[in-house]
Design a protein around this ligand. Structure first.
Ligand code: NAD
Length: 355
């Protein structure tokens, strides 16, 4: 078996700190050929663009890509012609043909009280947000004329079909659900793209009698996610709605610092990254929570490198570390038995539990 190759893109803010932690975890769990590249603000500083062709080529040539976070106040601008860190992320997603973003949300038992929602609301939550990633308003025509600005939102039937198939497949392979359920989220009462979305999902649902498919408006979904999160199984939605709903779902776990994601295409390497941003407010303090990145490494091993057993080992080690009371400051509630630790100690604790 050749050694799997991973491109590691630390990015900005806390990115380099959690990338270093992920490197240690990978060293502890297996043999990988890791090469680093620049993305986001640091790439703008060095190269004038958020993603160079060379970095994209390196990513294309590897088996999987692990990205930490991009952005920060240094590169914030309203000048439409200035390069922006997020362009690196969008360029990578479209350059690798990654049209499906999967975000599992399953609160860890030790963190049930760290959620802003009551324990009895979130206990038992186990959902997956499947977000379309390369269409919709983030990729439409955009511009300004005089005092007017516009962002076009467009979807094709084919784009909706391929993400719907991923959602149906993911629903079929999730554990512990009596009958898989997919909730397709749109704004079909207002938007034409949403009506096309709903028609297409309904047509594919007719050929998938083993799955319960329901449709929900996005505003209603935002409410239901906090009032009855345990009722959801797979949430299928378009790019902008998925961006917002998955951050809302993130809070069910108690912290953005706990949420991993996987982005997949038809073939080629997948992209694995924590959901959170570059957390400039805590960058350089050694307090960043590395667990979302560790769980992204786990997704990478499972979906990107076909190493499910090692992925399980990481998830168990994270669960045991939390059970033992270790918390980074974003997770700490001050409860008895908890000990607030920084990035390095949390990393050591998780690695010490890798069997
Ligand atoms: P953020 O996710 O960076 O931070 C939100 C809050 O969560 C902050 O208080 C932060 O300290 C905390 N937080 C986030 N990750 C954490 C971690 N691992 N450990 C501990 N605490 C953590 O979101 P933001 O503040 O809205 O954005 C900051 C920058 O990140 C912006 O430039 C934004 O554009 C960028 N961003 C990047 C991505 C990405 O790279 N995928 C995603 C979202 C935002």
């Amino acid at each position: 078996m050749p050694v799997p190759s991973i491109t590691l893109l630390p990015g900005d803010g806390i990115g380099p700190e959690i990338a270093a932690a992920a490197g240690k975890l990978l060293d502890a769990i297996g043999d990988y050929e890791i090469s680093e590249g620049l993305i986001g603000g640091i790439s703008i500083d060095e190269n004038g663009v958020a993603l160079t062709d060379e970095t994209l080529e390196n990513c294309r040539g590897s088996d999987a890509v692990l990205l930490c976070a991009v952005g920060g106040p240094k590169w914030d601008t309203t000048d439409p012609d200035a390069p922006r860190p997020e362009q690196g992320l969008l360029g990578l997603r479209s350059g690798l043909g990654l049209f499906a973003n999967l975000r599992p949300v399953r609160p860890f038992r030790a963190l049930l009280d760290a959620s802003p929602l009551k324990r009895d609301r979130i206990e038992g939550t186990d959902l997956l947000v499947v977000r379309e990633l390369t269409g919709g308003i983030y990729f439409g025509e955009t511009g300004r004329s005089g005092d007017r600005a516009f962002d076009e939102c467009a979807y094709t039937v084919e784009e909706v079909e391929r993400i719907t198939r991923i959602a149906f497949e993911s629903a079929r392979y999730r554990d512990g659900k009596p009958k898989p359920r997919v909730t397709s989220v749109d704004k079909a009462n207002v938007l034409e793209t949403s009506r096309l979305w709903r028609e297409t999902v309904s047509r594919l649902a007719a050929d998938a009698p083993d799955i319960d498919v329901e449709h929900l408006l996005v505003d209603n979904t935002a409410m239901q996610l906090v009032s009855r999160p345990t009722d959801f199984d797979v949430i299928l939605t378009e790019n902008l709605f998925g961006d917002i709903l998955s951050d809302e779902a993130a809070m069910l776990t108690g912290s953005l610092g706990m949420l991993p994601s996987a982005s997949l295409g038809a073939d080629g390497p997948g992209l694995f990254e924590p959901v959170h941003g570059s957390a400039p407010d805590i960058a350089g303090t050694g307090q960043a929570n590395p667990l979302a990145t560790f769980l992204s490494v786990s997704l990478m091993l499972r979906f990107g490198l076909d190493q499910g057993e090692k992925a399980d080992q990481i998830e168990s080690a994270v669960e045991e570390t939390l059970d033992a009371g270790f918390r980074t400051p974003d997770l700490a509630t001050g409860a008895d038995g908890e000990s607030a630790v920084g990035t390095d100690e949390m990393t050591r604790e998780v690695i010490s539990r890798i069997t």
